[in-house]
Design a protein around this ligand. Structure first.
Ligand code: A2R
Length: 350
């Protein structure tokens, strides 16, 4: 793992994480720090994370959870600022997570999505080429690069056809091409991760499982824990027939750490559970965990434009090359997500 094979025992390994204060960034930092602690003989990590749009002093919860991480405010769309950040950090490793990550929002934020996800990635690769050419880089792409493929193509493998069907998917697909180009022509070490859908504690309510868990926690708080009392409260949902391959974010970040060390430059790796479930099934699992009476209602505003009907991946390649396999089952992930929202809805203990 990251700190195990050390050619420079005394020197810390400098790690740059873009989008560190986002959902995945926080889990990645927790994982890297826990691994460092576990592997006492490995290299010490010096982690710099970028935050946006907030300033470092606007992330008190992040500061409390990861006090050792140095936080730098950074807008990826500003090439000069990206160059300065990379020069200041001189990273040995870069996890590039920062992005406009919401597929639906990318339709209304086309320019911003292209400027952040594609041009921002270009700025980072350029800064690394000039300021940290020997850094190993992990570019986080997405299963959305596969777009709509028929059921016969499932499970998707890394050599399956690619065809983006949203501005978000387009930016990930084109930034993958950029990564392959830099790996080939500039001989930079850039590995591509293609995560399928993932969730877990800390995810924002713009993502479907997190949105449902939040609604359930709010309903429970209003019902004050009485399962049988009063009428059922309404949980609003979108398209339930969509099928997705869901992973736990904690499995995903473990895959990222392995890929950055062991993945092949210029190559893409699916990170997924290998199982596809209809959202209806996930909703059932969540509602079953609820302590309140719930009625489900379809809300047309939540039915997405050009929702990909089916995504299921194969993780054979990452297993073959790094040994990674998923460890969390979805029941645990959803229970932890619901616990997270119950605590958040209750607010800080007085
Ligand atoms: O959108 P915000 O305000 O939450 O900020 C996000 C940040 N970000 C940026 N950072 C630098 N310059 C920008 N112009 C810029 N625009 C957005 O990247 C957020 O703090 C971070 C991404 O975190 P999340 O939105 O929580 O995404 P998550 O789930 O952690 O996904 C990480 C990666 C992304 O590349 C996704 O596209 C992929 O995994 O699934």
């Amino acid at each position: 793992m990251m700190s195990a094979s050390s050619k420079h025992p005394g020197k810390p390994l400098r790690v740059l994480i873009t989008g560190a204060t986002g959902f995945v960034g926080r889990h990645l930092i927790a994982y890297l720090e826990a691994e460092e602690k576990r592997n006492k003989s490995g290299r010490r990590l010096e982690i710099t994370g970028t935050c946006y749009p907030e300033r470092p002093d606007e992330c008190p919860d992040f500061r409390a959870a990861a006090p050792r991480v140095m936080l730098l405010p950074l807008d990826l769309r500003d090439p000069g600022a990206v160059s300065v950040a990379v020069a200041a950090c001189r990273p040995d490793r870069i996890f590039h997570l920062a992005a406009i990550s919401r597929v639906r929002a990318s339709w209304d934020l086309r320019r911003e999505t292209i400027e952040t996800n594609l041009m921002g990635t270009f700025h980072l690769f350029e800064a690394a080429r000039l300021r940290a050419p020997s850094a190993r880089i992990l570019f986080i792409s997405s299963s959305d690069v596969y777009g709509e493929q028929g059921p016969r193509r499932m499970p998707l493998r890394e050599n399956s056809p690619l065809s983006a069907v949203s501005p978000y998917g387009f930016t990930k697909l084109s930034a993958e091409e950029l990564a392959v180009f830099y790996a080939r022509m500039e001989k930079m070490a850039i590995v591509i991760a293609r995560p399928f859908t993932h969730t877990g504690p800390g995810q924002g309510p713009d993502f479907v499982c997190s949105d449902w868990a939040r609604q359930i926690a709010v309903i429970e708080a209003a019902a004050n824990g009485k399962k049988n009392g009063g009428p059922a409260a309404v949980l609003k949902v979108g398209n339930l027939s969509v099928r997705r391959d869901y992973s736990d974010v904690r499995d995903i970040v473990r895959a990222y750490a392995l890929l950055l060390e062991k993945g092949k430059s210029g190559e893409a790796y699916n990170v997924c559970s290998g199982k596809s479930l209809a959202l209806r099934e996930i909703l059932r699992m969540l509602v079953e965990k609820s302590r309140a009476k719930i009625a489900v209602k379809v809300d047309p505003d939540r039915v997405r434009q050009a929702d990909i009907p089916l995504l299921a991946g194969s993780y054979a390649r990452i297993t073959r090359e790094t040994g990674w396999r998923p460890r969390y089952d979805l029941e645990t992930t959803l229970s932890d997500l619901l616990k997270y929202w119950r605590k958040k809805v209750r607010g800080p203990a007085k």
